[in-house]
Design a protein around this ligand. Structure first.
Ligand SMILES: [Fe+2]
Length: 241
């Protein structure tokens, strides 16, 4: 069930400021600024801009120029709670996944609400592109190498190769070619919120045991899309971002 704006508004205070390292620019491979072709003054502008870049029937695919253009759009958007709070449904689950835009079947946009002091499993992205922008709070992304090549279990503990703190308005990107990741909301008093673009959309991925490297298949259902609700059974089964 969708919450009213007033209920959501109370849950998501305070919004933390952007970190000083937030530069609001994206550089291409030659170090040149990528300037979005459209103004991005709102979440609606951002969604329209992404549709403009990806068109009616394409996703990010292997096109790194499109990846950079979409990242520039995501970066240019300065998050405003008034834009996104309608989608920020949260009912006490570990985290919830809320559909913002169904895209064109080659991508979609989800808003994730993170409970206080929770973390996702280590997971892959089913060979999909995942771009995420911080809308509220802080998140930590731990990246890992794929623990094995072909084997489902190496009995080797997975250690992070990179740890990145994400602050308001930061944008992160990952693909299975980069590795796996785990997202943590370390904040004990703030629900963090992030906007995720997936291309292509997917509903099944792999989660990895950090002690053994063993992988299991997990569903990544969308909740609060007007058809279904988050429930504890779904959450405890290991939903991923
Ligand atoms: Fe993820």
């Amino acid at each position: 069930m969708l919450k009213t704006s007033s209920e959501i508004q109370n849950v998501f205070r305070p919004v933390l400021p952007s970190h000083p390292h937030y530069l609001q620019k994206v550089l291409d491979t030659k170090g040149v600024d990528i300037v979005p072709e459209v103004q991005v003054n709102s979440l609606d502008d951002l969604i329209a801009g992404i549709h403009s870049v990806l068109g009616s029937d394409s996703g990010l695919g292997e096109d790194l120029v499109k990846v950079e253009k979409v990242k520039a759009l995501m970066t240019a958007y300065k998050a405003s709670a008034n834009d996104w709070k309608y989608f920020a449904n949260y009912n006490g689950c570990k985290y919830t996944r809320n559909l913002v835009d169904a895209g064109n079947k080659k991508f979609n946009l989800l808003l994730l609400v993170w409970g206080k002091n929770v973390k996702s499993p280590i997971h892959d992205h089913a060979n999909s592109h995942c771009m995420m922008k911080l809308l509220n709070g802080e998140l930590t992304e731990e990246q890992f190498d794929m623990p094995h090549a072909g084997s489902a279990n190496t009995d080797t503990e997975i250690m992070p190769k990179k740890v990145t703190k994400l602050y308001l308005n930061d944008v992160a990107y990952i693909h299975d070619k980069i590795g796996l990741h785990r997202i943590n909301n370390d904040l004990e008093d703030v629900h963090s919120v992030s906007l995720h673009l997936y291309s292509p959309p997917y509903d099944v991925c792999k989660v990895f045991d950090d002690k053994s490297g063993s992988a299991t298949t997990s569903r990544c259902d969308v909740f609060f899309d007007g058809k279904s609700q988050c429930n504890e059974e779904n959450v405890s089964s290991g939903i991923t971002d």
